[in-house]
Ligand binder design. Sequence first.
Ligand code: C2O
Ligand code: CU
Length: 463
Amino acid sequence: MLSRRKLLQHVANGSSLMLMPRLVLASAEPTKYELVAELTTHRFKPESKGLSSLWLYNGSSPGPTLTATRGDEILVKFTNRLEQPTTIHWHGIRNINEMDGIPNVTQAAVEPGESFTYRFPVKDAGTFWYHAHNKAWEQVARGLYGALIVKEKQNVSRERDVVLIADDWRLNKDYALDEESFGNLHDWSHGGRLGNWLTINGQSEPHIFIPDSGQIRLRFINAANARKLAFQLANRQQVKVISLDGAPCEPFNIDTIKLGPAQRMDVLVDITANLNALNEVSTRKKFAAARFLFLSDSNVGVSRVNMYDAKPWYPMPKLENAKIVKIHMQGGAMGNLNSAQFQGEERPLRDLAAKNSKVWAFNGKIGGYDLEIAKLSLGETSILRIWNDTNWDHAMHLHGHHFWVESKEFGDSPKRVLRDTYVMTPGERADLVFIADNPGLWLFHCHTLEHHAAGMGGVISVT
Ligand code: C2O
Ligand code: CU
């Protein structure tokens, strides 16, 4: 006869034995998503006649917000229902190279009608985003992007965690996507294709619901091809920056949230009660980009945002023995580049512009997915020593790694920060410092997507 106690023991033993393999399985189970790139018609302004042909993930703009917990593996079954090849890049994820989504560099582009499964671990918590990386200047501008949020393992309060993904669309006079301007050489050689219609989370001036007291975390993402955006809360309320491009930073206060193309910034707002409008202030015409509204039955237990790391992923490395890679950026309108090498041949810039739409160069060479700009040894401390010898801003982005930079983006005194995209102003020189600890072929390019297409990019190999 079994006593109750023995029975419990028995059950406990039995179940723990039985649970063992299941637990292992459970943690090995990836977080699964399905994404389909497809044509979706959309009316930006309800009462207008203009109908836009957007290319979206799962028919929504932005694409679905993918979330995972640090340490998870993400599995995305992707299907391409567009009429041209595409890939997905997971911007800011220190990814395994085969999953980085670069056509002809890390994978063959996904052809129309075909599928590809992306599967990769997410070792860092933070604000990331995903976007098309084939002809990105058009595919991203037509809407192929979404947010990818990796949370800490600690308890999460969804209501206190708000994603704001911003984009500027270029609409014509009928409020439809201006398709005629795709590929416009003037944009490509100047500041890129700037839009005239701002959306936050796919909507113009949306209502963002938040709790009426306590703290919130705002995760800003700039998905625009080329525009630098700047946001302020009503009354220029101060916010605390806690993360840049997904990587935690030593917290600091600001009143203007500036974001170059592809950049992200997470900020904490201490008192939600004062929130009203979110204003866009990058041009002389300040306007409301979104409005905060309070959840009516705001019963969000905790009043503070869940835990966050306050330390960058890795400290600024020591520079003795660092490998220095010099990159002299030239070209564009009003620039000093007269000729450049393209596919092994030196040609006048005018000719390259007219025949190939190429106008930017690194060290005298027109870049692309096949230009190797550096060979680094695995684990090597590396410095990309960049000189922006052009008359334009460039949002320089490195794949697979975050770099340290003495940033001039936050006011008068430079600030050393870890990030994956850095906006360089005309004439600026900067050192991007990183440890090349991720093997593979990694792009380094301007995230003004027209500039990349027009020659501003190359590949760094880490072996
Ligand atoms: Cu946002 Cu090459 O990428
Ligand atoms: Cu650029």
